[in-house]
Design a protein around this ligand. Structure first.
Ligand code: NDP
Length: 291
């Protein structure tokens, strides 16, 4: 029997529609949420991401401010721009597109963003708030994964979640979010022993590794919910395609539900960026946070 395929595009569409309705409501009070995206350099993938973010921000009725800077931008100039964005009341969210060119200190740049406007949730203050169970700006990709899981499973309490990957942007915050939902959480990484056996314990398996189809069908516990964060471009014959970290066809035969790549986690990430911008805007104006 084949597992349910979680439609991330549809879920993201519903979330964006909910956000757009709340933005209309804010407009009646004369408030327009604003998102500033800063892109330094010529990375083609980053340009595509930034364009998509700008389009979806405007479609949600928010104001989008794009700052495209040359690859040669000096650290003080970038920090000065962040300072201006921090001080601008029309801007509620600031996102610096990563990776930055190597001469720039990404930690210092992310640390310069006002934590209240840190819609990527990478500032150490937000990392600490999340880790101590306090209201924080939560990184968009794990937030989207959590929403997909809750939509599918409802209460996650007591489930064993195995997160493969421990990066600061996906694996670690994902583990914190699942812990806050009362899951029993195992974090696996490149030094973990017997990864297949760890994965087989998972009621919820989140793969955030960056290795095409690494997780095999027989690593999946029957009925488990599998969230595949990986985005890997592979070449098959004379064409390239995107695949996840999970061997989808084999896993889908065993899992209770699974996200595809593309069309799973990816669309939720930008929708959660908009959700975080709306949250930041409501907080800035002392309004109740969106549900
Ligand atoms: P990183 O490279 O920062 O982290 C990868 C993690 O996987 C590390 O913790 C690493 O362990 C672990 N790992 C690597 N090899 C193995 C292995 N053989 N066995 C077990 N663990 C291993 O990647 P990210 O977290 O940034 O991204 C992960 C994937 O998610 C990528 O494919 C990326 O493109 C995708 N992604 C997708 C997004 C979306 O919107 N859908 C957003 C962000 C990322 P160690 O720490 O020991 O090195």
């Amino acid at each position: 029997m084949s597992g349910h395929i979680i439609d991330g595009r549809a879920q993201a569409g519903l979330l964006r529609a909910r956000i757009a309705a709340q933005v209309v409501d804010l407009a009646t009070r004369g408030i327009v949420p604003g998102l500033a995206v800063v892109l330094v350099g010529d990375d083609p993938a980053s340009h595509v991401y930034v364009r998509n973010k700008g389009v979806q921000t405007q479609e949600a009725g928010m104001a989008s401010f794009e700052h495209r800077l040359s690859a040669a931008t000096a650290q003080p100039d970038l920090l000065a721009l962040i300072g201006r964005l921090n001080a601008d009341p029309a801007i509620h969210g600031i996102l610096v597109q990563l990776p930055l060119p190597p001469h720039l200190d990404a930690g210092a740049v992310l640390g310069a963003i006002d934590p209240a406007k840190d819609v990527d949730g990478f500032h150490v203050l937000n990392v600490g708030l999340l880790g101590t169970g306090q209201p924080a700006m939560v990184p968009c990709t794990p937030l989207g994964c959590l929403m997909l899981l809750q939509d599918r499973l409802g209460d996650l309490s007591g489930l064993h979640a195995v997160v493969v990957g421990r990066s600061n942007i996906v694996g670690k915050p994902m583990a914190q979010l699942l812990l806050a939902q009362n899951c029993t959480v195992t974090i696996a990484h490149s030094r973990s022993r017997d990864l297949p056996a760890l994965c087989r314990q998972a009621d919820i398996l989140v793969a955030a590794v960056g290795r095409p189809r690494m997780i095999q069908g027989d690593w999946i516990k029957p009925g488990a919910t599998v969230i595949d964060v990986g985005i890997n471009r592979i070449t098959e014959g004379d064409r390239t395609r995107l695949v996840g970290d999970v061997d989808f066809d084999a896993a889908a035969r065993v899992a209770g539900a699974i996200t595809p790549v593309p069309g799973g986690v990816g669309p939720m990430t930008i929708a959660c960026l908009l959700a975080n911008t709306l949250t930041a805007c409501c907080r800035a104006h002392g309004l109740p946070e969106p549900a």
